[in-house]
Design a protein around this ligand. Structure first.
Ligand SMILES: *Cc1c(COP(=O)(O)O)cnc(C)c1O
Length: 388
């Protein structure tokens, strides 16, 4: 019988009184779509990551898509990304009309491997989209060196990497553009939301215009006393803007991010301590150059030391009332990608093999001390029972 009575979900957002007060304030302000709070959130977020510009949008997927479109990526181009990611990182490449090309991962960090990227470069390669999986930064020096040599646009998918640093530099301040997610399960939440950061003023302007129908002026510039009714459509743009209701939540969440990150780090350290000596389990790394955001705690099973597989391990944890998830099913295994591009699992063997042995444990600031102990005890019990 499970020791726990109540099921522990693998992720839950933390919404506190200050978050609620901020949203209520925005609802009472008469300005509920993109307006002053969104502009303030953009400014504060840019300052936080050390970027010159930030454009708030309604998801990280929109942020990725717009950055590629604004960079001029389109039909006939190839964009290199990792198969070991959420499908959005590759879907957006297809949305632009370009072709996604996968490069396999470094099995330790599970991030895209610069050496593998090198092997995939062609005369059509225009961009690289590295993804900082779980919040551990990619080998950015290796990626940026290739980009410089081959004149490629680098767009980081930082959906997991708000707070992440690479060699002491904040993710969001390093390459041509960086996309963040504020989806419900992420480290900083606005329900749905995203942000692009860049130091390039032209790119930022183009993304801003594209995010709101391609209009020369947004509503804030038109409907206020100092505004004018006139606008022009400069591009056939998208409807990807953030709202002030979301931005209000973003501002209060950003204000306490450092405190919440310290809690995440504490939970990860507790798990590392508990599982570090168990031969059945391999704990996540934080390499010398990294400050990990601990968005996910991805445990790898040593399948040779277990008589069960990952799926069975997850079922047994569920019976112990511990929720888990798997990040990620490699993109090349999904039916669309498999059938369209004719991929076999072994085309990206490290991603495919890693997928068979991973699970993500609950890791979020709302967890109580007892929740953490319950996870540790349950994982130990299941691992010991499954020893081969
Ligand atoms: C969550 C996630 C996205 C998409 O973020 P949305 O804000 O939901 O669009 C993109 N890439 C990765 C790696 C993600 O985990």
């Amino acid at each position: 019988m499970a020791r726990r009575q109540e099921f522990l979900p693998y992720a839950l957002p933390l919404i506190e009184d200050d978050d609620i007060a901020g949203v209520v304030d925005s609802l009472k302000s008469d300005w509920i779509t993109k307006g002053p709070k969104t502009l303030e959130f953009e400014k504060e977020f840019a300052a936080y990551v050390g970027a010159k510009h930030a454009v708030a949008v309604n998801s990280c997927t929109a942020a990725l898509h717009l950055a590629l479109v604004a960079a001029g990526i389109g039909p006939g181009d190839e964009v290199i990304t990792t198969p070991f990611t959420f499908a959005a990182s590759a879907n957006v490449i297809i949305h632009t009309g370009a072709t996604p090309v996968f490069a396999d991962i470094d099995p330790i960090t599970m991030n895209i491997d610069a050496e593998q990227i090198k092997a995939k470069l062609t005369s059509r390669t225009k961009a690289i989209v590295p993804v900082h999986i779980a919040g551990h930064p990619c080998d950015m020096d290796g990626i940026l060196a290739l980009a410089r040599q081959h004149n490629l646009f680098v767009l980081e998918d930082a959906a997991h990497a708000v707070y992440t640093q690479y060699k002491g530099r904040m993710i969001g301040s390093i390459s041509n553009a960086t996309a963040f997610s504020f989806y419900a399960t992420k480290n900083l939440v606005t329900g749905e939301g995203g942000m692009v950061t860049t130091d390039d003023p032209g790119l930022a302007d183009k993304i801003r215009v594209l995010s709101l129908h391609g209009m020369s002026r947004n509503a804030w510039n038109r409907y206020t006393a100092s505004g004018s009714w006139f606008y022009e459509i400069l591009y056939p743009g998208y409807k990807y803007n953030m709202t002030d209701i979301q931005a209000a939540l973003g501002l209060s969440q950003l204000a306490k991010l450092e405190r919440l990150q310290a809690v995440r780090r504490g939970i990860a350290a507790q798990y590392n301590e508990a599982f570090g000596n168990m031969p059945e389990l391999e704990i996540p790394v934080e390499l010398d150059y990294a400050r990990h955001a601990w968005h996910l705690y991805v445990l790898k099973l040593n399948l040779a030391k277990l008589k069960t597989d990952r799926n069975q391990f997850i079922e047994e944890l569920k019976a112990e009332k511990i929720g888990t998830s798997v990040h990620f099913i490699p993109v090349h295994l999904h039916p669309y990608y498999r059938d369209t591009f004719g991929y076999q699992p072994g085309d990206f063997p490290r991603a495919a093999e890693t997928f068979e042995r991973i699970l993500s444990l609950p890791l979020y600031p709302r967890m109580s001390d007892q929740d953490r102990l319950d996870v540790i005890e349950a994982v130990k019990r299941v691992a010991e029972r499954s020893r081969s």
